[in-house]
Design a protein. Structure first.
Length: 370
């Protein structure tokens, strides 16, 4: 499942440094705007302690975690919605992502120039949100114009276009006030389809990264800039993750065996990137099920609420098309009993059909016929 999270922010807030740490890629990081022009894409593993525990039982040849794609999008500036700073190009890259993480600067450093000569994470976030709202407003107004024209056809199509116009008018009012489209929920399927087809930038799930300094990472709540961003996020019902991009970049360069001591010296129990990946995973409504055998133990990504055939289809479309049944073991039972054979013997392996709702943590084996 190639889901992508776009990393956005004003220039020089630490986006590319964070991306380098996420992907161990080497996106050019420099102290000037528009250092990143083409979006860099990094495939990032989602940390999951269950995977190692399952592997300790199955002893596979390889272990494959779930992954999520992060896209480093060039810095936006005020006026991006009107094309400032190559804004149209950058905004189109956001449109292709499934979710957005906004990086805001929460550190003081006179050697790193802020594009607006200030450190104010809430203002940074509001600048980006305003530009995205303005771009969406343009999209909504164009759709509204089309709806007015097509309403004249009358009949069923005319009714659909009438509803589309109502949706556009409601969204236009909200966007014009600088409020993202995701804050308005439409219950009827027609309205949801109209919103979905417009691919609005501000309809995408969003959370924030507070890029703090090294002195603040162990206790970010004491950082005044983090406090301000956290209050803003809470007000909008959104999450904020505190990360020191500089530290994460150093961690990414270390050998795995050297990382625990470094983390302890920084006052951390795990890399902030682990929290970032898990937050993105949750934001997209994703869960994990596992397959376990001698060849591999693997985490598979599905949407919360998917049923067994859909889960099977993630492995191969034939599995979904010819689905017969799923053999399911809860991951804790798999570990406690020492694997599939004992789980089957103790009655902990269930046979499930097409209506089975897959749980986060199921160990599954599919039977199919095509």
């Amino acid at each position: 499942m190639g889901l992508a999270v776009g990393i956005v922010g004003l220039p020089n807030v630490g986006k590319s440094t964070l991306f380098n740490a996420l992907s161990n890629a080497k996106a050019e990081a420099a102290n000037y705007p528009f250092c990143t022009i083409e979006p860099n894409v990094g495939v990032v593993p989602v940390p999951d302690a269950r995977l190692e525990k399952l592997a300790a039982i199955a002893k596979p040849e390889r272990i494959l975690p779930a992954t999520i794609n992060f896209v480093d999008i060039a810095g936006l500036v005020r006026g991006a919605s009107k094309g400032e700073g190559l804004g149209n190009q950058f905004l189109s890259h956001i449109r292709e992502c499934d979710a957005v993480v906004q990086v805001a600067r929460c550190f003081e450093d006179p050697n790193v120039v802020h594009v607006e000569n200030r450190v104010d994470p809430v203002a940074d976030v509001e600048t980006i949100t305003t530009e995205l709202c303005l771009k969406d407003l343009d999209t909504v107004q164009k759709r509204a114009d089309r709806a007015r024209k097509n309403m004249k056809a009358g009949g069923k199509q005319g009714e659909l276009e009438k509803r589309a116009l109502e949706v556009c008018d409601a969204l236009a009012t909200q966007l014009d006030a600088g409020k993202p489209a995701r804050l308005t929920k439409f219950e009827d399927e027609t309205a949801q389809g109209v919103v979905r087809d417009m691919q609005l930038l501000t309809s995408k799930p969003t959370f924030y990264v507070a890029n703090v300094d090294e002195a603040s990472i162990a206790s970010p709540a004491e950082n005044k800039h983090f406090q301000a961003l956290k209050a803003y996020a809470d007000q909008h019902g959104e999450k904020v993750v505190a990360i020191c991009a500089a530290i994460e970049s150093q961690i990414a360069e270390l050998a795995p065996e050297d990382r625990p001591d470094f983390l302890a010296s920084a006052g951390l129990t795990e890399p902030g990137l682990n929290v970032l990946a898990r937050t993105a995973f949750d934001l997209l409504g994703l869960i994990t099920y596992f397959t376990a055998g001698e060849d591999e133990v693997r985490a598979w990504t599905i949407h919360r609420g998917d049923r067994a055939p859909q889960a099977a289809g993630v492995i191969h479309t034939d599995f979904e098309r010819g689905f017969i049944k799923a053999e399911v073991i809860w991951w804790e039972d798999y570990i406690a009993l020492g694997g599939e054979a004992k789980a089957r013997e103790k009655g902990k392996l269930a046979i499930e059909g097409k209506e089975y709702l897959v749980r986060d943590g199921d160990v599954m084996h599919f039977r199919f016929n095509v």
